[in-house]
Ligand binder design. Structure first.
Ligand SMILES: [Zn+2]
Length: 81
């Protein structure tokens, strides 16, 4: 019988990073669009939830959408040497 990882509710990612369910804590003093954009910077929507991505700015000016290396915030290309 195959093990379906998606059926394990406590593990939303494979990267050992915590996922905080979407409760916005930003006050009205903060530009929400900018805060939201910043929050989304290193995350990618996957189905009904978000997955962490590298988020480093690429040569095209867009955040890198590659998966971070395990235990690292950035992908293999952008990890801090
Ligand atoms: Zn990257």
């Amino acid at each position: 019988m195959p093990v379906l990882r998606s059926s394990t509710p406590n593990h939303t990612t494979d990267y050992g990073l915590e996922f905080t369910p979407g409760v916005a804590r930003y006050s009205n003093e903060i530009d929400f669009d900018e805060a939201s954009r910043e929050w989304m910077r290193n995350k990618k929507r996957v189905g009904l939830m978000y997955s962490y991505v590298c988020g480093e700015t690429t040569s095209t000016g867009r955040p890198c959408q590659r998966r971070p290396k395990k235990g690292c915030a950035f992908c293999a290309t952008h990890e801090i040497k």
